[in-house]
Design a protein around this ligand. Structure first.
Ligand code: GLU
Length: 511
């Protein structure tokens, strides 16, 4: 048998914001497709019109654009297997529903919601299946004439899958191995509803995977219970030879590890569960997103890749190219993956460190603007230097402001406890001497000025810590920040002198 071309798909239902678990599913599909030189399809599964949320499809597409996950075909990407939006494929599904009906693998059922309700009241564990279907109103119990009459009258009906009982159904899962379930536990699933002339998820999903020549179905664990039914559907259609391989990814668990990750965990602990900020059109509720919270897309990708998979060693930092090379469904875990959001923050820190300073500086410009500073006043070189001095101290680009404020505004007050500790009676006099030294420096760059200033403090026998901290207090406003002479080099001589002068005026002799 010739190797089949790898074709995978990400098939969200546009029912709201894309959950971070869905992003991981899409990522694994992407890595798998890239690695095998295959195709990744973007299909919209919108057959449940009641759950349709406007804007969701656009949101999902924008999320992947931001994250750098590219699709080869599908909604908005084109391709030869379209249309890729299920609501535009009604005629295709109708044709396949008929195939099953004609082959006696499915039947038409007219039971109204009230009748089903009554049946459930009568039989507590009622399930519409081989053991009960002959007691119901369907094409197996009604005469063909009656069925035709009801249909002609426009009575609403559903098409149900006729599942043969007492048969072991095997799902071969690339992560979980052989999963066996007895067909008797399955109910005769609704495949099609006349009310909206649309198939249900199960039928549309199988027909599309078949017609789109999908080779592997990689999806979340929550779909594992549907898999036996899907296997039976492939068989009913006679498509077992081209049935895709299944891989059900481990669940994402709460950070504490007990139970499924939910939006509430994010609200409770302060982390996003959506890639982008989401404005719910129905409730008006706004939910935070990784992009708006200040995560770099590369960091989010790296973080998500390791939730349920590892490269087989303890390597943690991996670019998308590394991941494409290393990813392996065989190394995915069966057990759920704890959503360690703090690890996500750590990845962001690491990616800020790894990225060129100039790139971070560009991302910092809007932050400056938010704080009322026009970035255009500064050269890119200046901003890049500022970033290089403080980025080791931040997890998010927006935190650079907190660390670098004094590079943009002179202190208007001085940290009280530092003043108490470092500003004494003779500090103004010593600062006066320091200003003379700085004024006369032939080279104001970090290294040479450090040498001269340290030499002067030593020669005079001054207290190194007190003088340097008073100096820092005057320039920064408090006793913290990067290397002092890197700061003064960047601020320049004039600004440095002006700040010391001002501190002397404001603080005077506090002794
Ligand atoms: N429409 C389903 C979803 O929302 C697709 C599940 C599958 O991949 O089969 O995730």
């Amino acid at each position: 048998m010739t190797e089949r071309r790898v074709r995978v798909r990400f098939a969200p239902s546009p029912t709201g914001a894309l959950h971070i678990g869905g992003v991981r599913t899409a990522l694994y599909n992407y890595l798998f497709a890239r690695q095998h030189g295959g195709d990744l399809i973007f299909r919209i599964e919108d057959t449940d019109s009641h759950r349709f949320v406007p804007g969701a499809e656009e949101y999902i597409l924008e999320s992947f654009k931001w994250l750098g996950i590219h699709f080869d075909e599908g909604v908005s990407f084109g391709g030869e297997h379209g249309p890729y939006r299920q609501s535009e494929r009604r005629d295709i599904y109708k044709k396949y529903v008929k195939v099953l009906l004609d082959a006696d693998k499915a039947y038409v059922a007219f039971d109204t919601p009230q009748e089903l309700e009554a049946k459930r009241a009568e039989m507590p564990n009622f399930q519409y299946d081989a053991s009960t279907r002959m007691q119901m109103r369907n094409s197996l119990t009604l005469s063909p004439d009656e069925v035709n009459r009801l249909m002609a009258e426009g009575k609403q009906y559903v098409v149900r899958f006729k599942i043969e009982p007492n048969e072991d159904v095997h799902v071969h899962d690339l992560i979980r191995g052989d999963v066996v379930i007895n067909s008797s536990v399955l109910d005769d699933k609704v495949l099609y509803k006349s009310a909206d002339e649309l198939p249900t998820y199960h039928l549309a999903n199988i027909v599309d995977d078949h017609l789109m020549e999908v080779s592997h179905v990689i999806r979340g664990e929550e779909w594992l219970p549907s898999a036996p039914l899907h296997v039976l559907l492939y068989r009913a259609f006679g498509w077992e030879d081209t049935m895709p391989a299944f891989a059900h990814l481990p669940l994402l668990l709460k950070p504490e590890g007990n139970g499924k990750l939910s939006k509430r965990d994010g609200d409770r602990l302060g982390f996003p569960v959506f890639p982008l900020e989401w404005h719910d059109p129905k409730t008006g509720e706004v939910s935070s997103g990784y992009r708006e919270a200040g995560y770099l897309p590369e960091a989010v990708i790296n973080f998500l890749a390791l939730l349920g998979w590892n490269p087989g060693n303890d390597q943690e930092i991996m670019s998308m190219d590394d991941l494409v090379r290393l990813f392996d469904l065989g190394h995915c875990s069966k057990a759920g993956a704890k959503f360690d959001y703090k690890k996500g923050i750590w990845f962001n820190h690491e990616y800020i460190l790894m990225k060129p300073d100039a790139e971070i500086a560009a991302l910092f410009k809007p932050v400056l603007q938010e704080h009322g500073i026009e970035p255009g006043q500064y050269t890119d070189e200046y901003l890049t230097r500022v970033v290089s001095l403080v980025k080791g101290r931040v997890n998010f680009v927006k935190e650079i402001w907190e660390q670098a404020r004094f590079f943009f505004v002179a202190p208007d007050s001085y940290a009280e406890k530092d003043v108490k500790k470092r500003w004494g009676a003779d500090t103004p006099r010593i600062m006066g001497e320091l200003m003379d030294i700085l004024r006369n420096l032939s080279d104001f760059a970090s290294k040479p000025s450090e040498e001269v200033v340290i030499g002067w403090i030593t020669d005079k026998g001054y207290h190194m810590g007190n003088v340097m901290n008073a100096f820092r207090l005057a320039v920064v406003g408090e006793c913290r920040g990067p290397h002092m002479f890197d700061i003064t080099e960047l601020l320049g001589r004039e600004e440095t002198l002006a700040r010391i002068q001002r501190a002397v005026e404001v603080l005077g002799d506090r002794g």
